[in-house]
Each structure stands twice: as C-alpha cells, then as structure tokens.
Design a protein. Structure first.
Length: 246
C-alpha cells in the first residue's frame, strides 16, 4: 500500500511499525523522524499547507491525516479522489486505538501491540506522587498554554502533574500573572522554540519558581514516540523533584 502521511508523529509510527520508503511515499516537511528514512520520502508541503498537486502525482492508496494538525478544507478536497483516514488523538486510550488500528490496517498487529505495551509500561513507571502543579507553555508573545482536552494534558496527568489550566480547553492565551499558582513552568521546545533567554524573562517575574525547557515531542507526539521517552521522563522528573525537595 502506498501511503502519504500528513502527520509527523504518524509518519514516525509507520516506520516504527516496519514500513519502508517504498510504502511511505509522501510526508510533510515537519515529518523529521526517523531521519535516515524520511530523507528519501517526497515532501508534499507543511501540515497546514498541503500541496495537493504533489499528492496527486504520487497516486497514494491511502492518506493519513489528523483533525487538529491538518486543515479541514484541504483534507476534504483530498477525500474526493483518495481514501483518507482522519485521526483524532486526545487521550492515551485514543493513542492505543490509533496504533491498534494502524497495526490491523498494515498487517503489523504484533508490533503495534508491543509499542502499546511499552507506552503503558513507561507511563506507569514514571509517576510522581507529589501532585506538583505545572503550567506548560507552547507559545510566546502571547503566552499560550494547554487545556484539559489535549494530548499534552493527558501525558502530564499520567506522570503525576496537575495542570493549573485544567479548567480551560484547547490552547488558551494567558498572561504571566496567570502562572502564579504553578510550582513548575515548562517551556516546550515546540511549536514555539523556547530558549534559555525565555527562562530568564520569566525569572524576572518568578525568581523562585522552577522554570525549564522540555522536549515538546515527548509530550505532544502521539503514536509510537512515547515508547522512546522512558529515560527522558525519568530524568526530567528527577530534576523537578530535586528542586522541590531543596
């Protein structure tokens, strides 16, 4: 089956499940994992600006899209000519069924199940009991955070953090004053690439708080990616706990 993936984390999952560049024939410019495999796959634009003519030239048997990451009108245009599977992943259970369904579709059931088991193992082994309040920022100028109906919120909750914006939905805009209740402020490496200078800016307002840059892929890339984040989560949690105990 010839597949075009419009979703970076799903592109990664396809290769993790055992597909090759002969099967994954189209990807977005943001599909960067696994690097040695995706470099040979045709780029068909970005997640929000798909080049439909390029996709037509590839003549895929299946296009994989996502409700949040892709533009509805572009996906609907593709549906007129191609089989399109639209995913929507907000919870760990959603992610389980995403991998299960991909495994069934591609004849990779056993491999999909192994990744699902590994993900549950990692999330169960890296829980903290301290109920640490966290603010997770995804954008700068203005600051934007994550509400309870997001995959990032679910990952944070699974490993024991309390999102101080759990009463919000999607990706609300906030101010520095809204961060006052947080024990830890996490600045994500994506979609906005927070740097050390942004930590310094927030430290002028909250000098006593733990403010840290975190790997955005570890929290937002659904599919197989979490199965590779066990060591990262343990190190990150150890860093947070060390500050809490000092």
């Amino acid at each position: 089956m010839k597949i075009v993936s419009l979703v970076p984390s799903i592109t990664e999952a396809l290769f993790d499940l055992g597909l090759t560049e002969n099967e994954v024939i189209g990807r977005t410019k943001f599909c960067i994992h696994p690097q040695d495999k995706v470099k040979n796959v045709t780029v068909i634009g970005g997640t929000k600006n798909i080049n439909i003519e390029k996709i037509k030239a590839l003549q895929p048997g299946l296009i994989l899209a996502n409700k949040e990451e892709n533009i509805k009108e572009q996906v609907e245009a593709l549906m007129k000519d191609y089989k399109v599977m639209v995913t929507n992943v907000e919870t760990i259970e959603d992610n389980y069924y995403l991998l299960k369904n991909l495994g069934n579709l591609l004849g990779k059931e056993e491999r999909a199940q192994l990744f699902n088991l590994k993900i549950y193992e990692i999330l169960n082994q890296t829980k903290i009991e301290n109920n640490i309040k966290v603010a997770y920022l995804i954008w700068n100028n203005p600051y934007m955070t994550i509400g309870a109906d997001t995959f990032i919120h679910r990952i944070l909750s699974e490993i024991g953090f309390e999102n101080i914006f759990k009463n919000k939905t999607r990706y609300p805009t906030i101010t520095t004053e809204d961060l006052s209740e947080a024990d830890v402020i996490m600045l994500s490496s994506e979609p906005f690439p927070f740097k050390e200078k942004h930590i310094a800016e927030l430290k002028t307002v909250y000098p006593e708080k733990k403010i840290m840059i975190v790997d955005g892929e570890a929290f937002s890339w659904y599919g197989t990616h979490i199965a590779k984040c066990g060591n990262y989560f343990k190190e990150m949690l150890a860093e947070v706990l060390m500050v809490q105990q000092s």
